[in-house]
Design a protein around this ligand. Structure first.
Ligand SMILES: [Zn+2]
Length: 429
């Protein structure tokens, strides 16, 4: 007797027609034709059943603040930072909590159940940290929320940047952030990487820095981050987020840099939506794309994941908590159009990001947590093409969201009366 059985599921690795049985919040069996009773049976009808989406890079303190106190006119990263600086003194804990909870509702409906959010620690009031720590507690039954202490205005550059970041860690934020390319000078940026890695090593914490989010090919803080990771014994516990300057770097230099990053086991987190929107803004034509070198980093064995970064905030007016939208953009901007490329991109928003976040019990093996999503698509290739409806979302074996399938009724003479985008347009096998 099981609590729930998902029948006739296609799995992300391409296996078809499997049943997934759940007991006590865990996956108890993954087999064809399970002959057993269950409290509830859900028929996946030959659709993809996947572990949930994981967003390894987000800003939950800024989300859904679009238009407050005004819009970003130039659309640049720097105006976004200035605009956030205008909004920050006006922030209240109540409003931050309310916006974050509303965002998490949307995330659940999109099958997004694991989120790492940076939390701006530049305002020494730390109302952002207070609010997000409360949100982390409140959403724990349905979303695992990790928090990064993020000195948006610079660890050294902001008036009380160092003290405020330390206080945020003392309050219970569990990851050390940074923004070396925004410090006053390259040298200050280098020193910030060293200081922040030292803090992480002393406290036994992970590191996740906004690193080289610029088109300047000489912004090379990732090199320092890799070297300090090795020096402080932090291998496999340090993430470099964005790394957009790598797009513009000299190829010879990159041929030395990528092996160093691999040696340090750096977690690479690219943010395709934001990178294509914000990078290249100072170019005329041709305009650079700005996405880091995803294909080359994956080929070198680095764990590359994709984050969403923003939804409706000072930096990005779009977004919908949809990690398949992130994957879709990543495929385009990174020119990752091959079948194997697309499979790797699906991994970048699921298993790779779970690994970057250090999640345990994530996946479809027996014994893993019964966190699952049924999609209105047959396989991962179709999922990244269609960004389909998340029909059912399970957390710990319990249904936390249902969405009706998108089925269109047509009134065209001599044409089908109904089409299901998720199953009717499969390419020939
Ligand atoms: Zn970010």
């Amino acid at each position: 007797m099981f609590d729930l059985i998902l029948r006739n599921a296609n799995l992300p690795d391409g296996r078809e027609g499997f049943d997934i049985a759940i007991r006590d919040g865990r996956i108890a069996a993954v087999e064809r034709g399970i002959k057993a009773e269950a409290g509830e049976v859900i028929d996946a009808s030959g659709r993809l059943v996947s572990p949930p989406f994981c967003d390894p890079h987000f800003h939950m303190d800024a989300t859904l603040s679009l238009g407050l106190p005004r819009m970003n006119v130039s659309g640049t990263l720097l105006e976004g930072i200035a605009l956030w600086g205008e909004l920050r003194p006006l922030l209240t804990k109540e409003a931050l909590v309310e916006r974050a909870l509303r965002y998490c509702d949307l995330a659940v409906s999109q099958g997004l159940l694991f989120i790492r959010s940076h939390v701006d620690t530049s305002d020494p009031r730390l109302v952002t940290a207070e609010a997000l720590l409360e949100v982390r507690e409140k959403v724990a039954p349905y979303i695992d929320l990790q928090l990064v202490a993020f000195p948006q205005d610079g660890y050294f550059r902001a008036a009380e940047g160092e003290a405020a970041l330390t206080r945020a860690l003392d309050m219970g934020i569990e990851i050390v952030g940074g923004i070396p390319h925004f410090e006053r000078t390259m040298e200050e940026g280098r020193r910030s990487v060293e200081a922040l890695c030292r803090i992480a090593a002393e406290r036994g914490l992970r590191v996740d820095m906004h690193c080289d989010e610029t088109d300047d090919p000489l912004s090379r803080h990732i090199e320092t981050l890799a070297a300090e990771t090795i020096r402080f014994g932090l291998k496999g516990r340090v993430a470099g987020s964005h790394l957009t300057s790598m797009h513009s770097m000299d190829n010879y230099y990159v041929s030395k840099l990528i092996p160093l990053m691999a040696e340090a086991e750096i977690e690479v987190i690219a943010n395709p939506l934001i990178n294509i929107m914000l990078q290249g803004r100072h170019d005329t034509y041709p305009k650079r794309r700005g996405l880091t070198r995803v294909r080359e980093l994956m080929a070198a064995g680095l764990n590359v994941s994709f984050g969403q970064d923003c939804t409706m905030d000072p930096w990005y007016s779009m977004g919908s908590a949809d990690m398949l939208e992130v994957a879709h953009m990543g495929i385009h901007v990174g020119q990752l159009s091959g079948i194997e490329d697309k499979k790797r991109v699906y991994e970048a928003i699921t298993v790779n990001s779970a690994r970057a976040m250090g999640l345990e019990g994530y996946g479809l093996e027996v014994g893993c947590k019964a966190d699952l999503v049924v999609l209105q698509a047959a396989d991962v290739i179709e999922a990244v093409r269609l960004k389909p409806t998340r029909l059912v979302v399970l957390k710990g074996g319990k249904v936390v969201s249902r969405t009706p399938a998108r089925i269109s009724s047509l009134t065209l003479d001599g044409r089908p009366e109904v089409i299901d985008m998720g199953l009717d347009y499969l390419p020939p096998a």
